[in-house]
Design a protein around this ligand. Sequence first.
Ligand code: FAD
Length: 287
Amino acid sequence: MIFTNGSMTDASTLGSMTTAAVLDCGKLGGALSLWKTLVAKQRGFGYPEVFIGDIDKSKWLSFTVTTTLPLLRQLFEHLTNITLGREGLITFKESDWLMTLHPHYYPAYPGQPEEAIVWWGYGLNPDREGDFVKKRMADCTGAELLREAFSHLHFDDNLDVLTRHSHAIPCMMLYITSQFMPRVKGDRPEVVHEGSINPAFVGQFSEAPDDVVFTVEYSVRTAQMAVKALLGLGMTVPPVYKGQRNPLVLLAAGIAELEGAGRRAQAPVRRGCEHATRAGTRGRKEL
Ligand SMILES: Cc1cc2nc3c(=O)[nH]c(=O)nc-3n(C[C@H](O)[C@H](O)[C@H](O)COP(=O)(O)OP(=O)(O)OC[C@H]3O[C@@H](n4cnc5c(N)ncnc54)[C@H](O)[C@@H]3O)c2cc1C
């Protein structure tokens, strides 16, 4: 038996353009509650409470948006000077929600209509009030999340039309960073306990030495470890890449950081994402 003992999206709830996503603190999803039930019957398979015991520390609010107005692409590209979807994460460092946006490169999904721009955002401080919408992020509807996002981008002149052509779905994720809760060895079960032939634990809450959670790779690696151990297929699990010890990687990262700092200094329009408003305002009027 191969068992995913927990999911970072367990028990997530959805809102809509007109309703906020409900925070249900008593809720556990299928994977986490199965793990909890298992350890209640038999010790030695970790401690789920370590990860799920403090929802205020493990929750985020995220929202996914579809916008069917090409103007948004123009505004984004004018602001960042980069093809939409290639700019990476855009974080408003001074925002009280610590809001980040991420437009997806087209096409993000099979069959995505050309006019549909898909993007998402999240805030690490969902209990704080917004800078423009004076409500806790967690209490905001999709329309209110859009207002905050477009205001940070200084798209104010087009706020109404952009909102009318956008559909935002808030998502409260109770356990999204629960894998990062303080833990000690033994809090997560081994993928396969020594000498055991069943079960195997896979996913973000099982133990893969040296690997980094919040990645697809982590879950895939634990699955590979499980298959190798339980099915004995003679396969090799690729070693964890340790870039932090490779001088060439460190050098490349340093150069990229310096180049990025230089670009940011030379391109005032990019500061529109960091509350340096003047350049962003000028760009908006030109459109
Ligand atoms: C917003 C967001 C952004 C992310 N960004 C990145 C990124 O950029 N790069 C990256 O590498 N990773 C990223 N991740 C993390 C990545 O998505 C996860 O680490 C990965 O999906 C975990 O895979 P998994 O199979 O372990 O668990 P999941 O993908 O959570 O799958 C668990 C599955 O088990 C099902 N399930 C639960 N209970 C039961 C039950 N009782 N019976 C049957 N089925 C059940 C669930 O429905 C779910 O389908 C992101 C995650 C989120 C939420």
